[in-house]
Design a protein around this ligand. Structure first.
Ligand SMILES: [Zn+2]
Length: 296
């Protein structure tokens, strides 16, 4: 029971950190710092949930998790229905999450590959981006080993040169910082439980923070106003509707929070509790992961 209790404490810590992140206004001022904490606490939550179920289920063996799992196929008759149920649930949740992540990665990679082929046929290289002759105003980054920045003819007509530069800088930031890898695990979890309002909210929060990170990069080289006015024009034109699956658009909802942040930055300091929260969340993650390898 001690191992399961440790996992439960780690999981509870991750939940508390996640709630703090969901409620904190500071996250919009420091999206990068918030994303680090989101990644650590989410991973802790999944590992500790699976760990707690397996630890409880395999507790009668009196061994560590990994050796007990190795013994399971030969000794499962020694477990009563509650312990066997907990093991089955732990393995199902762990396997379900892992398989779902792999399937989502594969389907997204396929969608991106199809779109890359399409771009080879219809797009032309110009001003550091691929230009598609389409009247709908869109701009997006198609991530991958060789990422592509794509803008439509409609977007080039809609934006001034300064605004277009800012938009391209935003998309390059997505490509350079591999933001698709940050959002992918959360999007896969959302697809796993599409009816969960909490997961939808968490996923939207992560996507918004990633957009803010890219905004910050663009602001660094192009200033605040060109990107803010570009986002406003995109919003008036339907928020980049028509962006393909697997791409990262410049103006996804909710764009208003980003415009406000660009035009009236709050300048809030990183909370003093952030390094402490990082330390606690990382400690919880390391504890949960290492408990799998503890021999007793
Ligand atoms: Zn973006």
């Amino acid at each position: 029971m001690t191992l399961a209790a440790h996992h439960l404490v780690a999981g509870t810590t991750a939940v508390l950190v996640s709630l703090w992140l969901l409620r904190g206004r500071w996250t919009h001022c420091h999206p990068r710092a918030a994303l680090v904490l989101w990644q650590i606490s989410s991973l802790t939550l999944v590992v500790s949930l699976v760990g707690a179920l397996l630890s409880f289920g395999l507790e009668p063996y009196g061994r560590g998790l990994l050796p007990a799992l190795v013994d399971l196929p030969w000794r499962f008759r020694e477990l009563d229905v509650w312990h066997l149920g907990a093991v089955a649930l732990g393995l199902a949740v762990g396997g379900w999450v892992l398989v779902n992540q792999l399937l989502c990665l594969r389907s997204t990679a396929r969608a991106r590959a199809r779109h890359r082929l399409l771009l080879q046929l219809v797009a032309r290289q110009d001003t550091g981006a691929l230009v598609v002759d389409h009247p709908v105003a869109v701009a997006y980054c198609l991530p991958g080993r060789t990422p592509h920045i794509v803008v439509s003819a409609g977007a080039r007509q809609l934006l001034t040169d300064e605004e277009l530069d800012a938009v391209l800088a935003h998309e390059r930031a997505h490509a350079r910082e591999r933001h698709h890898l940050v959002v992918a695990p959360f999007q896969a979890l959302r697809r796993l439980l599409p009816g969960s309002a909490l997961l939808t909210r968490v996923c939207s929060t992560i996507e918004l923070l990633v957009e803010m990170c890219a905004d910050d990069r663009a602001v660094h080289s192009r200033g605040r106003e060109p990107l803010a006015s570009a986002l406003e024009r995109f919003r008036a034109n339907g928020n980049g509707a028509g962006t393909p699956a697997g791409a990262m658009p410049v103006a996804d909802a909710p764009v208003q929070a980003r415009i406000q942040r660009l035009r009236a930055p709050e300048g809030q300091r990183l909370p003093l509790a952030w390094p402490l929260a990082c330390l606690i969340a990382a400690g919880a993650l390391v504890t949960s992961v290492s408990l799998f390898a503890v021999p007793l």
